[in-house]
Each structure stands twice: as C-alpha cells, then as structure tokens.
Write a protein that binds this ligand. Structure first.
Ligand SMILES: Nc1ncnc2c1ncn2[C@@H]1O[C@H](COP(=O)(O)OP(=O)(O)O)[C@@H](O)[C@H]1O
Ligand SMILES: [Mg+2]
Length: 316
C-alpha cells in the first residue's frame, strides 16, 4: 500500500469540481490518477467504461490502462476474489475509453459522422501527408488569385514575397493557419483580427497594434545597438581599426535617436527611418589588425542589416 502524501490524498479524494494537478515528472501524478479511478469504481460505484480518461501519447494511454488493470486485480485479490463488481470491471476495461485525446476525438467524429457531415471512412492524416495537402491547398488558392488578378492581391504579393517567388507568402499563410488552429473559433478569431486593421490612420498610432509593433521594433533596435557597441569595443582595442570609431559612434547616436523618436510616435519614427542613411566606413589606410578590422565591420554590417530589415517593412 502506498503512503500517499497529503496533497496526493487531496487530489485522489476531491470530487464534484474541476481539478488541476501539476507536479514534477516521477512525482506520482499517474499514480494519483489511477487511484482516483480505482476509488471512483469501488467507492462511488461507477463503471470503468463510464469514465473518459485521455492522455497525450499512446504510450501513456497504454500505461494508464495497464496500471488500472493491475490496481483492479490487486483489489480483487485483496478481497479474496469475492468482489463480483471488480471482476466485472476487468471485463469492462476492454471497452473503456482510455486513449489519446486524438483517438478519442476521432471516435467522436466517427460515431457522429452524419452530424459532422464527414465521410465515415475518413482516416487521420500523417504529418507529411498533411503538409502536402496544405501546400497544395495554398498553391491552388494563390493560383486562383493570380487568375483573378485583383489589385489588392498583387499588393499583398509585393509586400510579402521576394521577387517572382511567392514562397514567403505561402509560408506566412501556413504559419497563420497553424496558429489560428489553436483557437476555439479559428476563422471567427481571424475575422476579428482582420477587422482590427480597419482603423483610420489617426487612430492607428494609438492602437494596440501600433504599440505591439513599436515594442518589437524597440527590441530590434536594442539588438542593433548591442552590435554597434561590440564593433566599437573591437575598434577601441590595441591594433583595432580605430579609424572606424567616429562612424560607428555616429551610428550608435543615430540608432539611439531612432529609439527616442519611436518612443514618441511610430509614424514619426517611420519617417525618420526611411530617410536614415549610414555613412561609409573610413577607408583610410591605417596600421591595424586585419582580423579585428573585419570583425568590427561584421558587427557594424549586422547592425545595418537589422535596420534595413525594419525599413523593409515600411517602404515600397
Ligand atoms: N506517495 C508515494 N509513495 C511512494 N511511491 C510513490 C508515491 N507516489 C508515487 N509513487 C511512485 O513513484 C513512481 C512514479 O510515479 P508516477 O505516477 O509514474 O509519476 P508521474 O506520473 O508524476 O511521472 C511510481 O512508481 C509510483 O508508484
Ligand atoms: Mg505519468
């Protein structure tokens, strides 16, 4: 007999409410769940096939089933084999709903295919098969849009794809699809979010969308500052490319300035951003370590990339 802890005991015996148990691996969650099931069968007189027990993996479902079987057998043995109810539960165990969430949902759909308007012969797709289907669906959809040739579609293409390749847009659509699928009402949620885009340009600056965008940009600008700072540190080393210092310090000021403006207003920031120019690094011949020079330049180029990546979203 296990000596349950106080918390385990509470989790085993709680009834008539929702119950969430979180605990470290190996701390006895499954054991508690099995004991709950046993008590509900023996003390509350509920048949095992009236319980729904779901897990994430098949292995966990099989483990649950085996542990419940062992626990019932142990209880049966303890009663000297006289408990008729327990013997019955062993038989019921075969049709008990102890499965993965997926397989439970599958059985619900199978048993109610006429309500779901789904072919009862359906099967659950494999990961690779699903990806293929999704890719096909996206390609067909884009194909149709190309044929219709609406102005808005071409604007979308221009914004989210590189040149003649619409792979970026495809990936974006699939990523959005995967994301919304975690919502209870995926397309309702999507519609709602799309509606939020319909704000006037005056209201946009104070919208939560603008705030989120500003926060993201701010993080990226901090990253660019870090990169420039690493470049400056290298340029300041003995044998470092000291002739880079004035330009890189100017870069740092410029990015810091962009950050300050961003705090004030996103539209103002965008205006400054697209007019921002970085000076060229000095080509002065100077005695410095070539490796340090290249390193400093790489950091600086990295920072410039960050800025041009942000700019890309606002120009064109
Ligand atoms: N209070 C306890 N005393 C002794 N052993 C316990 C206790 N609670 C759980 N165990 C044992 O610890 C092991 C791990 O428990 P398990 O339920 O599989 O953990 P989890 O599902 O949280 O990963 C099992 O062998 C279980 O019987
Ligand atoms: Mg477990």
């Amino acid at each position: 007999m296990v000596n349950w802890t106080k918390e385990q005991e509470a989790a085993i015996n709680a009834r008539g409410s929702n119950l969430l148990v979180t605990a470290a691996a190996g701390s006895g969650k499954t054991a508690v769940l099995v004991q709950r099931v046993i008590n509900i069968i023996i003390e509350d007189g509920v048949d095992i096939d009236k319980l729904l027990i779901v897990t994430f993996t098949r292995a966990a479902a099989n483990e649950m089933k085996e542990r419940i079987r062992k626990a019932i057998l142990a209880a049966l043995e303890a009663s000297g084999g006289r408990e008729e109810n327990l013997r019955r539960q062993i038989n019921l165990l075969n049709k008990a709903q102890i499965s993965t969430i997926h397989s439970f949902c599958q059985s619900v759909v199978k048993n109610n295919f006429h309500l779901a308007e789904i072919d009862p012969a359906f099967k659950v797709g494999e990961e690779t098969e699903m990806l293929l289907l999704k890719t096909e669906a996206v390609e067909e959809t884009l194909e149709r849009e190309y044929e219709e040739g609406q102005h808005l579609f071409y604007e979308l293409l221009e914004m989210f794809s590189a040149g003649r390749d619409d792979k970026n847009l495809q990936d974006l659509i699939l990523a959005i699809y995967d994301f919304i699928r975690s919502k209870p009402d995926p397309y309702g949620w999507l519609k709602e979010k799309v509606a939020e885009f319909a704000v006037s340009s005056e209201d946009f600056a104070s919208s939560s969308m603008a705030q989120t965008i500003a926060e993201q940009i701010n993080i990226q600008l901090d990253g660019a500052l870090e990169l420039i700072k690493s470049g400056i540190d290298i340029a300041g080393k003995a044998q470092g490319p000291a002739h880079y210092l004035p330009t890189m310090e100017e870069d740092y000021e410029k990015i810091q300035h962009l950050k300050d403006i961003l705090q004030e207003s996103l539209p103002l920031f965008v205006d400054h951003l697209i007019h921002n120019r970085f000076s060229n690094l000095s080509r002065a011949r100077s005695e410095c370590d070539v490796k340090l020079r290249e390193e400093a330049k790489e950091y600086r180029d990295g920072a410039k990339d960050v800025i041009s990546n942000i700019t890309r979203h606002f120009s064109g």
